[in-house]
Structures are given as C-alpha cells and as structure tokens.
Write a protein that binds this ligand. Structure first.
Ligand code: GDP
Ligand code: MG
Length: 178
C-alpha cells in the first residue's frame, strides 16, 4: 500500500475542556492493520499512520493549543504549523461554540487566501440532555465559514474515526489539486 511521503500536521484548536485531549488520546491509541506504532512527544504531539481508502497516510496530531509557552508552542506557532485544523467546541457549552467562530476568523486572517482544510467539531454529543448548541446551528456555522462539520463523542468513541478520516481525505484532495 502506498504511503504519503510527508506527514500531514493536524492541529487541534478550541476552548479548554471541550475534549481535544480526549480526541487526541483516541487517535494515539489507534493502530492500523500494519501494526504502526504511535509516537508520543511530551504527551501533546502524536504520530500515527492510518489507512484510508487503501492509502497509508502519516499524520502528526498536535494537542498543543492549551499549553501556551510550554515547549515554545505559542498560539501563533500553532496556527502557522498546521496543514489542517480541527476546531472543537462542546455541544453543552455555547461559549465554546462562539469561541470556535472566533478561531475560524483568526485562522482565516492569519492564513489569507489559503485553502487550509478545517473541520468544525461539536464534541460531547452523548450529553443530549445538556445540549446548548443544536446540530443545525453547528452545520450552518460551518457552512458560513466554508468548512466541514461533524458531531462526535470522545466518551462514546462515536464519529471520532470518521473525523480523522475526513480530514485526511480533505488533505489529499488539496495535495492532489496543487
Ligand atoms: P481539552 O481541555 O479540550 O483537552 O478537554 P479534555 O479532553 O481534557 O476533556 C475535558 C473533560 O471533558 C474531561 O473530563 C473529559 O473526560 C470530558 N470529555 C471529553 N470528551 C467528552 C465527550 O465526548 N463526552 C463527555 N461526556 N465527556 C467528554
Ligand atoms: Mg487538553
């Protein structure tokens, strides 16, 4: 199976507490049929080789957004480093949803005229009785900002792999069209 040569760097963004590290640890715990080993640097940078649509792709996932200053991971550096971004909010926390919109604007400003893949993620969708942001609000916010959208539950491991597979497909589309 062919493997993409250069690893893609994917950065997790979003408010503290929305579930970024929970999503990262599911990613880190994965191991595909080829038995790839996950590498861990300081607990915030994860590397994984995943087979999607018959092609192996190595992804470096950064969970460095909340650790400002540590290891030199300023927010500016996080925003410049990514080939793609996962912007996470919690469906149980409207302020995290508003923050996600701010992040989207900040990204666009910093990377003007850049077709960087971005996926908006409404996490904690298992907490149905505490929902503060509807699916349609999430979907239309993503449409406004021209990015993909998915609801996940890291706790239930629901839609977490479709999230990572989706971002890999977006990265390949972009790679193949340049
Ligand atoms: P981070 O600050 O964005 O890295 O968020 P964490 O991954 O540390 O998660 C914050 C809290 O939310 C922890 O107590 C997690 O166990 C919990 N959490 C994360 N994802 C989910 C989820 O999908 N459902 C539920 N119910 N709790 C979650
Ligand atoms: Mg965290």
């Amino acid at each position: 199976i062919p493997t993409s040569v250069r690893p893609f760097t994917v950065v997790l963004l979003g408010d503290n507490g929305v579930g970024k590290s929970a999503l990262a640890s599911i990613f880190a715990g994965a191991s595909d049929s080829m038995g790839s080993e996950c590498e861990l640097y300081g607990g915030e940078v994860f590397e994984q080789t995943i087979t999607v649509d018959g092609e192996r792709t190595t992804v470096t996932l950064l969970d460095t957004w909340d650790s400002q200053g540590e290891g030199g991971w300023t927010q500016e550096r996080c925003l410049q480093t990514g080939d793609a971004f996962i912007i996470v909010y919690a469906i149980t926390d409207r302020s995290s949803f508003l923050r996600a919109s701010d992040l989207r604007i900040q990204l666009r400003r910093q990377r003007e005229a850049d077709r960087t893949p971005i996926i908006l993620v409404g996490n904690k969708c298992d907490l149905v009785r505490c929902r503060e942001v509807s699916i349609s609000e999430g979907r239309s916010s993503a449409a406004v900002f021209d990015c993909k959208f998915i609801e996940t539950s890291a706790a239930m491991q629901h839609n977490v792999w479709p999230l990572f597979e989706g971002i890999i497909r977006q990265l390949r589309l972009r790679r193949d069209s340049t």
